[in-house]
Design a protein around this ligand. Structure first.
Ligand code: COI
Length: 356
């Protein structure tokens, strides 16, 4: 599909951050965005790259009332030789369409998803930061824009992509975060939308996250929605627990997001000589294993979070510490290897990198 490039007037061009090492997460956006529409009688149409600008939408649009929305997150890296690298972007394209299917939205052809991102990046490449730990975060999303109050799948959608130069997701940077296990609210239920990357999952997590923050914790670890017994995920990341030389994460069960970083960590760990297990993790057993010293480290994984060490966990008012409050050796190794492949410092044996 042809993507039209609209002119960027000089007055719409923005100032880039003076000091890349101070970039936070998702507060600044580049000059241009991709916008493609889908109409029931035309399919995908009007693909354009235009100056970054607010949408003017009818207040009755379906997305505002019934949350028919999905999104993705991936990153572009500037390599030392000047090349621009994406990390497993076809996995994002695939997951986007799985989310679309769950939310009754149209499939975005992979060549439109990836081709649109690559064309936008080639115009915005000056925005990719180069300082260690920085990247250009890519946020594709789709929203239902039909103006109607009846609950139904929309007949009109916007698929759009915006770009944001970012540093670490957590203000702590690559330092241990603290996590509270949520034993009241739930994030997802069997048969629900937990596996889809849809805004509603994040909106429903806010209350628990706020209460945890008020108690001094950075994040919430969600348990399963049926029995509140089994570890699921942290919303912004999948969780891993390190037992000696084995990394353990919750098995996919329909309500956990199928993280691309999660999958990469599982494969990397095996290639580095560790063992990797996907299984159910019962919270009381996990607490016993932490108390008894069997769990030596814990970390989360995600596109935004990368690999984030966890230093403290609280469940039902009991606080346990992990990795002596520092970054564990296996966590560090996985972080270094993953980011090394993403930024071209370590050879990509997996064929994960795609150049723009
Ligand atoms: C990502 O890691 O890309 C996400 O979409 C998580 C979000 C909470 C920033």
């Amino acid at each position: 599909m042809d993507i039209q490039v609209l002119p960027l007037p000089a007055e719409k061009m923005k100032q880039k951050a003076q000091d890349e090492t101070k970039l936070s997460f998702g507060r600044q956006f580049t000059d241009r965005m991709l916008l493609v529409e889908w109409k029931a009688d035309q399919g995908w149409c009007d693909a354009r790259i235009q100056p970054y600008a607010p949408f003017v939408l009818d207040p009755s649009c379906l997305v505002f009332h019934y949350a028919q929305e999905i999104f993705e997150g991936l990153k572009a890296y500037k390599w030392a030789d000047g090349r621009i690298a994406l990390f497993r972007p076809e996995m994002n394209a695939r997951r986007f369409n799985q989310s679309a299917d769950r939310l009754c939205m149209p499939d975005v052809p992979e060549e439109l998803f990836l081709g649109g991102i690559e064309k936008l990046l080639s115009l915005e490449k000056e925005w990719i930061p180069g300082a260690p730990g920085t990247s250009l975060y890519i946020r594709p999303a789709m929203i239902a824009v039909e103006p109607v109050l009846g609950v139904k799948p929309s007949s009109h959608y916007y698929f759009f992509v915006i770009l944001s130069p970012v540093g670490a997701y957590y203000s702590a940077g690559f330092n241990p975060v603290s996590i509270m296990v949520e034993d009241h609210y739930v994030r997802a239920v069997p048969g629900g939308t937990g596996e889809a990357k849809t805004g509603g999952n994040y909106a429903s997590s806010l209350k628990g996250a706020l209460e945890a923050k008020n108690k001094g914790y950075d994040q919430v670890l969600w348990l399963d929605g049926r029995e509140q017994r089994y570890v699921e995920e942290v919303g912004s990341m999948n969780m891993f627990f390190v037992y000696g030389d084995t990394i353990v994460t919750a098995a996919m069960n329909g309500s956990i997001l199928s993280g691309i970083t999660r999958d990469s960590i599982l494969k990397l760990a095996v290639s580095l000589g560790y063992r990797a297990e996907e299984r159910s993790i019962e919270i009381n057993e996990l607490m016993d294993d932490i108390r008894g010293g069997k769990v030596t480290e814990a970390f989360g994984s995600g596109t935004a979070a990368v690999v984030s060490p966890v230093g403290k966990l609280c469940f039902k008012d009991e606080v346990v510490h992990l990795s002596g409050g520092t970054v564990g050796a296996i966590t560090q190794k996985l972080y270094d290897t993953l980011t090394g492949i993403q930024t071209g410092k370590i050879k990509d044996e997996f064929g994960w990198v795609r150049f723009v």
